[in-house]
Design a binder for this molecule. Sequence first.
Ligand SMILES: *[C@@H]1O[C@H](CO)[C@@H](O)[C@H](O)[C@H]1NC(C)=O
Ligand SMILES: *[C@@H]1O[C@H](CO)[C@@H](O)[C@H](O)[C@H]1NC(C)=O
Ligand SMILES: *[C@@H]1O[C@H](CO)[C@@H](O)[C@H](O)[C@H]1NC(C)=O
Length: 600
Amino acid sequence: MAKHRPWLVCCFVLVGLICAVAVICLCIASLVDRGCSSGSFKRAAVAADSKRCSDIGRKMLQDGGSAVDGAIAALLCTSVVNPQSMGIGGGSIFTIRNATGHVKVYNFRETVPQSFKANLLKDCPTTFTFSTGSQWIGVPGEVRGYEAVHKQYGKLPWAKLFEPTIRLAREGVPVSSFLGKLLNYNIVKNYVENSPLCSLQVFCNENKTVLSVGDIVKFPKLAETMETIAEQGADAFYTGKIGHDLIQDIQAAGGTLKMEDLKSFKVRVQDTWRVSLGNTQMHIPPPPAGGALLAFILKLMKEFSLTSNSLHGDQKIQMYHHYIEALKFANGQKRSISDPTCNNIKSADHLIDPSFINLIREKISSNRTHDYSYYNNIKPSPDHVGTTHVSVLDEDGLAVSATSTINQLFGGMIYSPQTGIILNNELVDFCGRADTVRAGKVSDINADFHPKPIEFKTLLIVDIQSLFSLIWSLIVVIGEQPPSSMTPVILESESGGLLVIGGSGGSMITTAVALSIINHMWLGMNLEDAIAAPIVFVDSQNNVNFDTGFDKSVRNGLNRLGHKVGNWKYFMNVVNAVEKKNGCIVAVSDKRKMGMSSGY
Ligand SMILES: *[C@@H]1O[C@H](CO)[C@@H](O)[C@H](O)[C@H]1NC(C)=O
Ligand SMILES: *[C@@H]1O[C@H](CO)[C@@H](O)[C@H](O)[C@H]1NC(C)=O
Ligand SMILES: *[C@@H]1O[C@H](CO)[C@@H](O)[C@H](O)[C@H]1NC(C)=O
């Protein structure tokens, strides 16, 4: 017996050990499982404006596509599901983080054409309105941009990204409850019914009244256009027949765009600005994007050491008071956002400079607000609404935060009948935020261009036009981009968490995204609640406007501190975000636009 004992002990110890390891493993597994709440995803997710488009994005990812493939497909889908928000007649900003943490911005927002209406800014509205008219059309960058990001990060064939949307455009999409409601708002209804969008029967019935929820809207011309782009690539749009037809239609509508504007459009590939918010690093797109304003507000709010306690009683009033003061200062800084390639001074750097943040922090009084002039606000810029955002994270860890726009609702309501494209009215963004508009600036000799040697004999018979196009191809033209509120960002926490977030809603983007981040990161709300929480919007007159459902007692407290309440009615702010934390992915599409995310 005694001889067997050590063997038995050994056996027990071994079995015990195996059991212990198994129990620990089970515990960890169940903990991890419990950590991933229901409704979260394990591998990848897309948060677009609508369930239909989030699903199309997810399908691309499941078929082996990258987050960039998913984002492009979801945006193309959005151009027919929410055609008021974006389309291939507009432009986008993509912030892309690869799996090893390198972040790049692909900026292909619209630019000022070579020639544009004299004294354009004299046409600027002074109050909230839809700016219709062909003078506001900027050079569309959308398709060139898709080409650039797809070339760098795409895994699926280019044409595949277009397939689902071509089908939707051809077979028709039911008007969503969101779009149906929007079309039937009096102000929108009037504009649409008096625009080519109606007379050409895109969004109207035969009797020339706007469509309603559930009506089927088809885009047969756009389907053809997308099919050509899918088959022939972006050049079909920028140098080929689509471009020629589009320019013809724009000129027929009185616009100034020329083929040369399309041919010379360049996507800007930029480094992000890296902004630290405590232990979190935020990557923002540089000016003329709106990232610097968002970073300014968040860095300022970081000074107030917010916690979940800030959501109670007087502390809540104080928090919103400080936040509103920060927004007033941000309004005063809007004019420092401009296109650095056309304005030699880098005039927005100070917005993320700690000494400037301190200076402004000291100017915020806890017990009062101030007059308009206190905030360096010279002239209010007109507020407006529009745009869309999609956040995507794929299995390989590629993250895409993409904001896309044709500016205001249906752009400037200019429709190209030959191509089915709705044109942007992006140049309105200069209004109130700039004193001048610069035409495309002819810059250095194009370093990428290696002309073939031309024989003297050939040169003699070359006609003037091809000589011009040769000279043209030797130079790079950089058109000015208007200042923007668009701010697709990516945040990285110290523990490796990622938050891919951005928003739409024109002037309301900044506050919608800032509050979602504050609510989630500092006040402890989950991502869904953080985005759903009622926002406060400080309009360009520095009046404070409250989203439906905003806490009444806080409102009263803010009134006591002297804030003037405005009468803003259009809370069209929409935030879409994807977060990965501890191996779980949460994706939220804003309910304000009746959106829904999708993942697996
Ligand atoms: C991320 O980008 C950097 C810089 O371009 C590159 O060196 C690195 O290999 C990329 N990582 C992945 C996983 O593609
Ligand atoms: C226009 O047509 C639609 C659909 O056919 C119909 O619902 C609507 O009542 C009509 N409006 C007028 C003013 O006739
Ligand atoms: C606000 O606080 C400052 C400094 O604490 C004080 O001097 C000032 O009188 C207060 N103002 C009001 C309106 O209570």
